[in-house]
Design a protein around this ligand. Structure first.
Ligand code: MN
Length: 270
């Protein structure tokens, strides 16, 4: 091979290598930490995991996260572990692409993109629960809308959208929100609502704090159970009027600390 041609080839290879390296500088680099979170928030996040188990909202599956108090671009969530087993040492920090800041060999939930993409789309949201809450499943697959029929679930009055992953992906999936594109589609379906159902899968619940998102998760499950019972009785169901819902939510919101303290104490007593 002529020396000049050989030199060009080598130069070309080197340029390609530099270009490839430059195209993915972040792959090898973990995102920066927003700093250690407030221990009281971590304590609440651990408690939230256990409360959601106690209340039948999550089982061996499901997860709950909180936005990092020091940065809107970071959130906190347990490593991939059953919620009942979560301790403070399991809490990891993620950026909004759901890349862990400091994995140290700890695995991540496959569906963490639910959290990252909703935090990105909803600046008002500071806590998120994803669950397979059993009583909500029928409302995600029948077209029967989930609606508030008592004061505890007044927050559902604006409507509960249903996310269909088949429409979002344009084909067959394993039903899991396992990448950012599906997470963005779910966030789009959720819109400004506090709850979205996921067809054939479960639900996502959001709120301004851990106590509120836990409260909403518990009473979404209870409302779904009660609504199915009311529908099964066969008569016409009277749901909350939007004005009743507005007033009831305003009243109940001020009392959420009461069940939260009870649930937290029980969860910590185990
Ligand atoms: Mn799931």
């Amino acid at each position: 091979m002529p020396a000049l041609l050989r030199r060009h080839l080598l130069l070309g290879l080197a340029t390609t290598a530099v270009a490839l390296h430059a195209a993915s500088p972040s792959k090898a680099q973990a995102p920066a930490s927003a700093g250690p979170p407030d221990p009281a928030l971590v304590e609440d996040l651990v408690a939230a995991n256990r409360i959601l188990v106690d209340q039948g909202v999550v089982d061996g599956y499901g997860h709950v996260s909180a936005r990092h108090p020091a940065s809107a671009e970071r959130y906190l969530m347990a490593r991939s572990i059953a919620p009942e087993l979560v301790t403070a040492a399991d809490i990891m920090e993620y950026d909004l692409d759901s890349v862990p800041v400091d994995a140290r060999g700890r695995g991540s939930y496959l569906e963490r993109f639910i959290h990252g993409e909703i935090y990105r789309a909803r600046p008002d949201v500071r806590a998120i629960v994803h669950n397979h809450s059993p009583s909500v499943i029928p409302f995600g697959v029948t077209g029967v809308p989930l609606r508030p029929l008592y004061h505890m679930s007044a927050f559902l009055a604006g409507g509960v959208p249903v996310f269909d992953i088949r429409q979002a992906s344009g084909g067959m999936t394993d039903m899991l929100v396992r990448d950012a594109a599906l997470g963005r589609a779910l966030a789009g379906t959720l819109g400004a609502a506090p709850v979205a159902l996921m067809r054939g899968h479960g639900a996502v619940v959001v709120g301004p704090s851990l106590p509120v998102v836990v409260f909403r998760s518990v009473y979404t499950e209870v409302n779904a159970r009660l609504q199915a019972q009311a529908l099964a009785l066969g008569g016409a169901v009277t749901y909350l009027d939007p004005e009743e819902a507005r007033r009831a939510e305003a009243s109940i919101t001020g009392t959420i600390g009461r069940p939260w303290e009870l649930w937290k104490r029980k969860a910590q007593g185990r």
